[in-house]
Design a protein around this ligand. Structure first.
Ligand code: 13P
Ligand code: SF4
Length: 303
């Protein structure tokens, strides 16, 4: 990719100068994922890395709630996001005040919040979870009911796997809610050997069509381990692009959907971010302390 080469060199040089690392989510474009990221992963892996990475600066290749999570876990580091507008429809779906009202309505019921939330929402919760550990987190609480926020589809998926009663919210990921079971059935009918793997933010009729459901990292591991001939990754488009570079013999069949927020992060913006040390992500220290309790409680759960 000669067009990217000057950016890649400049970014990698500046990273050394600033003692910076780039933590990139699996939905980042291949040139970010392959050429400048120091660490790639799903939300849980990125949070674990942010908590232990040795650097002065973290540049988040991802969306705002991910950068906030890094800041919560590494308050002494400078955390930069190359575009402050990189949001998330799930993080937008609920506020701290909503959580306080739910607690009044369901006294004593623990609150599990998905990592795709603002620091303010995490600060109101008992424990955080990601798509890779949601079931484990829900069952770790030892109660017969939990409040699970804000993704209605992840909540339904967890509810289908456990006896714990789930009180859900109405949020949804704008990328995953657009897939339908009908469109997947059309693909499957044209090739019965086609493998379909889906993210648990998808609606139940999509998950019903899937041969495997898991977080982005678990989906990648599934493809690495099973090496299907043809596979649909029912998730954000960059996932297939990134795995394709590693596994060229596999045919990645569309559909996929783009996340407009993830796609706001580009090589030129990462470079600008490192040149000007912008935009810095700041979290109110009291909110950060309460949110950290919730995220660390998740991270400290035994695997
Ligand atoms: P994971 O990578 O944790 O599965 O999250 C998916 C996602 O939608 C992040 O925004
Ligand atoms: Fe949010 Fe969905 Fe985009 Fe992930 S893919 S950042 S959950 S809108």
């Amino acid at each position: 990719w000669p067009v990217f080469a000057p950016y890649v060199k400049a970014i990698n040089d500046l990273k050394r100068e600033r003692n910076a690392v780039i933590l990139a989510h699996n939905y980042q474009t291949p040139e970010i994922y392959n050429c400048v990221a120091d660490f790639v992963g799903d939300s849980l892996q990125l949070a674990r890395e942010a908590a232990k990475v040795k650097a002065d600066v973290i540049v988040q290749g991802g969306v705002h709630f991910m950068a906030e999570t890094s800041k919560i876990l590494s308050p002494e580091k400078t955390v930069l996001i190359p575009d402050m507008r990189a949001g998330c429809s799930l993080a937008q779906a609920i506020t701290g005040e909503d959580v306080r009202l739910l607690r009044e309505r369901y006294p004593g019921v623990p609150v599990v919040v998905y990592v795709n939330t603002s620091a303010e929402v995490k600060a109101e919760s008992d424990i955080c979870c990601t798509s890779s550990n949601a079931l484990q987190v829900v069952e770790s609480l030892g109660t017969d009911t939990v409040i699970f926020l804000p993704d209605q589809y992840l909540a339904k998926y967890v509810a289908s796997q456990t006896k714990v009663k789930i009180i859900a919210w109405q949020g949804a990921c704008e990328v995953h809610e657009r897939f339908t079971g009908d469109e997947l059935r059309v693909y499957r009918e044209s090739d019965p050997s086609l493998q379909i793997i889906a993210h648990p933010e998808c609606p139940p009729d999509v998950i019903a069509e899937a041969d495997f459901t898991g977080s982005t990292a678990h989906m990648i591991d599934w493809v690495r381990n099973n090496k299907p001939k043809r596979v649909v990754m029912v998730t954000e488009c960059s996932m297939a692009d990134n795995v394709q570079a590693e596994l060229p013999d596999i045919e990645f069949v569309r559909p996929c959907n783009l996340c407009p927020h993830m796609k706001r992060i580009t090589l030129p913006k990462i470079l600008e971010s490192l040149v000007y040390m912008q935009e810095e992500v700041v979290v109110d220290p009291v909110i950060a302390e309460n949110a950290r309790r919730s995220v660390e409680r998740m991270i400290n759960l035994k695997n």
